[in-house]
Each structure stands twice: as structure tokens, then as C-alpha cells.
Design a protein around this ligand. Structure first.
Ligand code: GLY
Length: 314
């Protein structure tokens, strides 16, 4: 029997103890994952999750999140939320209170309001500075015939913006992932993000797409992704990794196969993930560098950093 535990990405590590405290007080693994993710959403430290997240080309912050229950395969998600910070909790409400799986934009706002969530200003000084920086770059880069046009049209035609998209590193997709497993083997995965920096308004990444950035099934394991969602959406990376576990691969073999599929797309951008298997083994992987994840169980005072793997392109 495993001790109940949480694992998370680097940005989650300062908040794992908040989730562990919930478990110590008798809360469920779903409560623990939600609590840890809420801690990150509310802090301005990450710069890519919750308040102070990365802005779109128009300077707004739009958040995506999802939560999945490996016991029932029930799940909830929200996307393009610009008025509320605790998108992980709205996603949970979508799972628990609606017949749906995913609500977006104004529909998600309306639902959050009905559920009693507090509105939140998601921008910070840093968000505004990043927004101004892209506006300046775009203004310097415009062909003459675009001057005076609507700013959105100018932005999406800007060569500089598109060159910049190609250079994006993981920091510009700095999603947070938290996976929990309790001593009965129940797995929950929570994912929350502001998505890609300087994205088109309305762009949705892998985080709220079940099967792409989030998947779990108590019988096999759980997976959560960070990185360029445009890659994992096309390959259903989280779901396929679980499928490979089901076929009998080890956690490392399954992740390696999924990341080789990412490399096979031969596209710019990187992918990272954290994962657990049904026996409580944990791993993280990156397509671009050394990888680590943070682990904390109910008997620990502090999270420990655990090494993962770097799946290099052939
Ligand atoms: N993985 C986060 C995103 O692509 O939005």
C-alpha cells in the first residue's frame, strides 16, 4: 500500500504542502490536488498560471484548466477564462454540477458567477509590461500597408511575432501540473495555465483538453503535460501514455514512446510531463533538457526533488 502523496512541477512545489495538509485533515485526494493548484493560481510567482499569467497579443490573461478523477474517469475543464482566477475549482464544478466536460469563455464566466466564484483582475504590472513589449515589437515590424489597421490584424501579420512563436521555450508555456494518489490507489490529475505567451485571443492549449494535457485511470496511472500544447493535442500524449501502460510497458517505456512521438512531429517547441503508475512510481520527462519533479507524501515535512528523464530526439 502506498502512502498518500502528491507530485508536481517546479512551480507547484511551494504549494504541495497545502494539499498534503488537506489529506492530513481527512480531505480527499481530489480536495488535495485542487488545493495545491489553487495556491499556485493565487500567487504571482509563476508568471504563467492564474493571476499574473502570460498575456495574449491583446494584453489580456486567459486561463485554461482541467481536473480528472481516475476512479470514475469523470472530468471537468474550462478554457479562455479571463475574469476568474481559480479555474481549477471552476473545472471541478463543471465535473460535479453539469452534464458537460468543458465550458469556455463567456459560458464559463456565466457558470462561475452562478456558482458563486469571486471575480478577479488577472493582470499585474509584469503582465502589462509584457503586453507593452509585444505591442512595441509589432509596431516596429509592420509592413506599410498594415499601418492604421486594427491592432489585432497588425499583430497576427507581424513577422516578429511568428518568429518569436518558433523560439518559445517551456517558460512561455509554464503550466502547473499536480497529480495525487491516495493509499487506496485513487489518482487525480489537475492542470492549470495561462497558456502560451502572446497567444491569439481564444487560443486553447492542451491543459483543458482531456487526453492531451491531462489523463488518469486508477487501473494504470496518471499523466499531466506542460509545454507546447499544439504538440500534445495532435498526439493525445496523456491518454496514449496511459494506453501504453495498459499494454504492459513500464512508466519510463511509456513516457519514452510518447516523447518519441512528439519528436516525430519534427516541429519547434518542447514537451514536459509528470506521471505516476498504479503502483505509485513517479516520473517526469522532457523532450528538451534534464527533468525533475517534486514529491511529497503525508509523512514528509518538505517536498523532495526527484530526477526524471530527458527523451532526446534520435
Ligand atoms: N501546455 C500549455 C499550453 O500549451 O497552453
Amino acid at each position: 500500500m502506498v502512502k498518500s502523496f502528491l507530485i508536481g512541477t517546479r512551480n507547484a512545489s511551494p504549494h504541495l504542502h497545502e494539499g498534503i495538509e488537506v489529506l492530513r485533515k481527512g480531505g480527499s485526494i481530489m480536495d488535495a490536488v485542487e488545493t495545491a493548484v489553487r495556491g499556485i493560481e493565487e500567487s504571482t510567482e509563476s508568471g504563467n498560471v492564474g493571476v499574473g499569467g502570460a498575456p495574449t497579443i491583446l494584453g489580456d490573461v486567459e486561463l485554461d484548466a482541467s481536473i480528472m478523477d481516475g476512479a470514475t474517469l469523470r472530468t471537468g475543464a474550462v478554457a479562455s477564462v479571463s475574469k476568474y482566477v481559480h479555474v481549477i475549482s471552476i473545472a471541478r464544478k463543471v465535473m460535479e454540477e453539469t452534464p458537460h466536460v468543458l465550458l469556455v469563455g463567456d459560458g464559463a464566466h456565466r457558470f462561475a458567477r452562478a456558482m458563486g466564484f469571486e471575480e478577479w483582475d488577472l493582470s499585474t504590472e509584469r503582465t502589462r509590461m509584457i503586453g507593452e513589449a509585444i505591442a512595441k515589437d509589432i509596431a516596429e515590424d509592420l509592413p506599410d500597408d498594415f499601418r492604421g489597421k486594427d491592432y489585432y490584424v497588425q499583430a497576427i501579420k507581424s513577422q516578429k511575432l511568428h518568429e518569436w512563436y518558433k523560439r518559445l521555450s517551456n517558460e512561455q508555456y509554464g503550466t502547473t501540473n499536480v497529480i495525487g494518489m491516495d493509499s487506496d490507489g485513487n489518482i487525480v490529475v489537475g492542470v492549470s495555465t495561462s497558456g502560451m505567451s502572446w497567444k491569439y485571443p481564444g487560443r486553447v492549449g492542451d491543459s483543458p483538453i482531456i487526453g492531451a494535457g491531462n489523463y488518469c485511470d486508477n487501473r494504470y496511472g496518471g499523466v499531466a503535460c506542460t509545454g507546447k500544447g499544439e504538440l500534445s493535442i495532435r498526439l493525445l500524449t496523456a491518454r496514449m501514455t496511459i494506453k501504453y501502460l495498459e499494454e504492459g510497458m513500464s512508466l519510463e517505456e511509456a513516457i519514452t514512446k510518447s516523447f518519441n512521438e512528439i519528436h516525430g512531429l519534427k516541429e519547434t517547441g518542447t514537451m514536459q510531463c509528470i506521471a505516476v503508475d498504479k503502483d505509485g512510481n513517479t516520473i517526469s520527462a522532457s523532450s528538451a533538457r534534464e527533468s525533475t519533479h517534486w514529491y511529497m507524501d503525508v509523512d514528509m515535512e518538505e517536498p523532495e526533488e526527484r530526477p526524471g528523464i530527458w527523451v532526446k530526439a534520435d
